[in-house]
Ligand binder design. Structure first.
Ligand code: C6P
Length: 416
């Protein structure tokens, strides 16, 4: 049995062939070719994912785990097969460790509500970094308020670089949980997870990794990382919206109380007492996102046949070219380091609002994001209200990067 989908032999990378798989790339906003550089917000979907979802509704649609009829069994098989694909994709050891959720946000809220309520006490510490997404801050604030635990925050250096030692030294006997982004959605830096896990486990703390910006860009193996929880969203890895994954070590998931109550998460209900279903169903109350899970599995297979290492090598070229060309424009300030970044390039320009940049570029057919990127504490750290951000996917080309940066240059000449 394959333990990890990343071990599938990979085909040669041809960006034009890849582009042909994504019908939306034929769109022409304002009559211009679409240059989609907002992939950190959400990625586009290949034919095979769209087809799989359509096929599901045309041939299989039914509720899962509930019926003995033909369609229900077919839908259940497809849904459970999707779980197995996810398991292999992230290198989890057991199928029970894969919980389907609505997305990264729900995965983190599940852990905060369930694990947090059962394990946190006054004086306990939850360690985050200053560059976390709001989805990996607010759930911890909510549970800290309920339990009396406190948030601790690992800082960045003044120049926007990250020193892992500054995080490690904050893991103490009081730390109960460390929750960190694998890849920052603003800085693009990749956190070394292993030393964090090692130090956290040494003091008896657990580690949750927010993989929202990682899974589409680097080969993740949760068994190797040895993290306790790993969260990601389907829509950021060429899959549908409305589906996400929470990986959790079996023993931890077993020990946690349910997150939501409803159908499918129970074994027996009486008005006096309810007993709960086995993993992972204990955490999947109600009708799950069935078509979405099946679509996600198709997306993961698609990514696996291309190969994450191949994708990462291509995206590295895109990001490096973007950083290099931005460096040639006066007054552009890059947020984060020049090198060692994955997927995203965020920047600010003195005297120009990022929204004006995004609006100007939009008229050239270029989609990028401007705003606080749901990372307001990081914007505060840099002393800016917002930034502009290019974010790449495997279907972007070097020509698109060059076109986008020359449009930016034109925009700044116009606005300044
Ligand atoms: N970041 C971005 O444009 P959801 O919304 O649940 O799929 O993902 C939340 C999330 C959690 N962590 C990180 C590191 C993220 O980047 C995101 C989503 C998008 O950067 C939308 S704000």
């Amino acid at each position: 049995m394959l333990t990890n989908l990343h071990s599938i032999p990979q085909t040669e990378f041809d960006v034009e062939l890849i582009r042909a798989d994504f019908p939306i790339l034929q769109q022409r906003p304002y009559g211009k070719p679409l240059v989609y550089l907002d992939n950190a917000a959400t990625t586009q979907k290949p034919h095979c994912v769209i087809e799989t979802i359509t096929q599901y509704y045309q041939t299989t649609n039914s509720n899962v785990h509930r019926g003995v009829h033909f369609l229900s069994e077919k839908a259940t098989d497809a849904y459970e097969h999707a779980r197995e694909i996810v398991r292999r994709f992230i290198g989890a050891q057991q199928i029970e460790e894969i919980v389907f959720t609505r997305g990264t946000t729900e995965s983190i809220n599940l852990v905060a509500s369930s694990w947090g309520a059962a394990n946190l006490q006054p004086g306990d510490e939850i360690l985050l970094t200053v560059f976390e997404h709001h989805s990996n801050i607010v759930p911890w604030q909510l549970i800290a308020e309920r339990t009396g635990a406190r948030l601790q925050v690992a800082p960045l250096e003044e120049d926007g670089t990250f020193d892992i030692e500054r995080l490690l030294e904050r893991i103490t006997e009081r730390t109960r949980l460390v929750a960190v982004a694998h890849v920052s959605n603003v800085l693009g830096i990749v956190l070394p997870i292993e030393p964090i896990v090692e130090r956290a486990h040494a003091v008896g703390a657990v580690v949750l990794v927010d993989g929202a910006q990682a899974v589409a860009h680097l080969a993740v193996n949760v068994a190797q990382l040895d993290c306790d929880f790993y969260a990601f969203s389907g829509h950021k890895i060429y899959g549908p919206t409305g589906i996400g994954v929470l990986y959790g070590k079996r023993a931890l998931l077993e020990s946690m109380p349910p997150y939501q109550g409803g159908g499918d998460m129970i074994r027996r209900v009486t008005f006096e007492r309810t007993t709960y279903n086995d993993l992972p169903y204990k955490f999947e109350a109600g009708t799950p996102p069935i078509a979405e899970a099946i679509g996600l599995a198709r997306a993961l297979e698609y990514v696996s046949t291309i190969g994450l290492n191949t994708i990462a090598a291509w995206e590295e070229q895109l990001v490096s070219r973007c950083v290099e060309l931005l460096g040639q424009i006066d007054d552009v300030r890059l947020l984060g380091p020049k090198q060692g970044r994955t997927g995203v390039v965020s920047f600010v320009v003195d005297g120009v609002h990022p929204h004006d940049i995004a609006t100007f570029l939009d008229r050239q057919g270029i989609a990028l994001r401007a705003g606080h990127h749901c990372a307001q504490p990081l914007m505060d750290f840099f002393g800016v209200p917002a930034s502009a951000r290019f974010s790449v996917a495997m279907y972007n080309t070097l020509e698109e990067i060059e076109y986008a940066i020359s449009a930016l240059d034109e925009c700044l000449n116009f606005l300044r």
